[in-house]
Structures are given as C-alpha cells and as structure tokens.
Write a protein that binds this ligand. Structure first.
Ligand SMILES: *[C@@H]1O[C@H](CO)[C@@H](O)[C@H](O)[C@H]1NC(C)=O
Length: 283
C-alpha cells in the first residue's frame, strides 16, 4: 500500500483536480453491465471483496470513490486525464494509467494470499477504485482540455437549465434520456444498452475487450478514444451556448456506447484478474 500511495502522490502532483465524474447513474450502468459479463469465478471473487453495505452488488459501490476525495486527497486528480487541447492524448502524463495498472497489480497480489483484515480492506477499496476509474476514463470529457477543466468552466444551458459542458456529459444526457425514453428507470436503460451489445455491436465488442498489453489495462487506449470524442463534444460549444435536441441526439449514442464499452472492458479486466481469463462470459 505504501508504494501505491507514493506513486499516486507523484502522479497527483502533476495534475490539478477539477470536479465530478460520470454521475451516479453512469457509474451504476457501467458496473451493472460489467457484472453481467463476469465469469462465475470472477463474480464470486468480486462479491467476496465487496464491503457489507454493497449487498453483494458491485454496481452499488461504483460511485463510492467520488465520496472519498477528501479522505483520500491523492485520488482526486486521478479521475481525470485532461490534455492541453490538441485533441491528442498524452500517454506519459496520464495519471489514471498509473492508477489502473497499480490496481490490477493489487488484484494479482491478492489472489495469491489470504489477506489480513487490513489487507482485505485495501483490496476491497482497490476494487471499487478500479471499477470507478474504468468508468471515468470512458467519459469523453474526462479526457477533455486542461484549460477549461474538462469542460467544467464552460457554462451552458441544458435546454432551460444552467449547467456546464462537463456536467452535460456526466449527468444531463443520461437524465434526459432516462426521462424521455426509459421511464426514468435505470434498469430499462441498461437493458437497452445490453441489447445493443449482443446485437448491433456484437462484432466490434470483441475488439473492445482486446488488450494486447499484458501488464497494463489499455487505459491509455480508452483515454485516447475519449479525447477524440471530447473534441467533437466541444465543437460549436461556447460560454452560454444553449444545448438542446441537436446536441442531445448527437451525444446520446456516444454516451450509451461509452457506457457499454466501459462495462465490457471492466468485466474483461476483472475476469483477467480473478480467473486468468480475459474473455467475457456471455450472459
Ligand atoms: C443502439 O445502437 C444504435 C446504432 O449504433 C444507436 O443509435 C443507439 O443509440 C443504441 N442504443 C442504445 C440504447 O445503446
């Protein structure tokens, strides 16, 4: 744990924190989708590591790191991988890459030993951080521009309500979709995304999982995808822009696909950690 904290502090020193993450719903969906693709072994290992309050459901814990930013100050900047705005992702500066590889490493250590009380606790937190950061790196604006804090300082109107560009991508698009299409029911939205995974995206889905780098998580690849999508998300948006249907209907498919990719990839990572199998379990 000491090594982890040390590396994270070094990583933290090069970033300045901004606000927020996928909202609660976004993280919940990523983790629910991941759960449905876990192997039996991975699923049991995950359940074992979850804190009691999770009620055996990983998805219940996936926003937890957002509540820990004051307790674990080091973790705050790691929710982001903003870049200077050239629409290219700078691998070397990315803190989340460190974070993800460390957490995977932690998972590996854990499978070899039966941890102490304290060790078990740490691995439980590691799991929750990992699930959270895999989600975050798929939110395009988490790989947005540094000078506007990933869109946080771009104040816009989401239909009639005041918001900011970052929040639009974290929360507003999902909220509006839930209200308009999914009966305000998160499981209906999850089912719709899952149908797409097994249906329209079934071919590309195999590539989403592929991560050739054995010792890492391919977080840099996911962040690069996000920063490309972020560039589009910024297009035509200025201070005080009013974003409505046009923007919503362009953003929603992107958001839904990123949630799907986050879920599929989180499952592949967890399957790899806990059952040495990076393939997905078809559900
Ligand atoms: C399903 O896929 C289609 C085609 O890519 C896309 O337009 C739509 O937004 C997707 N729906 C969901 C719920 O992911």
């Amino acid at each position: 744990m000491l090594l982890v904290v040390h590396v994270l502090l070094v990583a933290a020193a090069v970033r300045t924190p901004a606000a927020h993450a996928w909202g609660k719903e976004g993280h919940y969906m990523v983790c629910k989708i991941a759960e449905s693709f876990l192997t039996k072994k991975a699923s049991a290992a995950v359940k074992d590591l979850l804190p009691g309050w999770a009620g055996g459901d990983l998805a219940e814990t996936c926003s937890w790191p957002d509540t820990q930013r004051f307790r674990y100050k080091w973790s705050s900047p790691l929710h982001f991988a903003d870049s200077p705005g050239d629409c290219k992702f700078d691998y070397a500066k990315d803190a989340s890459e460190h974070m993800l590889s460390l957490l995977v490493w932690l998972g590996k250590q854990g499978t070899a030993t039966t941890g102490t009380e304290r060790g078990t606790y740490d691995r439980s937190e590691s799991l929750m951080f990992l699930a959270h950061f895999v989600g975050d790196v798929h939110q395009p604006l988490h790989c947005g521009h540094t000078d506007d804090l990933g869109g946080n300082t771009i104040i816009v109107h989401w239909y009639r309500r005041k918001s900011n560009l970052h929040h639009v991508w974290d929360v507003n698009v999902i909220e509006t979709a839930m209200k308009n299409f999914y009966n305000n029911d998160v499981s209906t939205m999850i089912q719709a995304i899952q149908r797409n995974i097994t249906d329209v995206w079934s071919n590309e889905e195999k590539q989403w999982e592929t991560c050739r780098i054995r010792t890492k998580t391919c977080a840099d690849k996911y962040a690069e995808e996000s920063s490309k999508l972020a560039c589009k998300a910024y297009e035509g948006v200025q201070q005080d822009s009013i974003l409505k249907d046009d923007y919503f209907f362009a953003a929603l498919p992107v958001v839904q696909k990123r949630i799907a990719q986050g879920g599929v990839r989180l499952a592949a990572i967890l399957n790899k950690i806990f059952s040495g199998n990076s393939r997905l379990q078809s559900s």
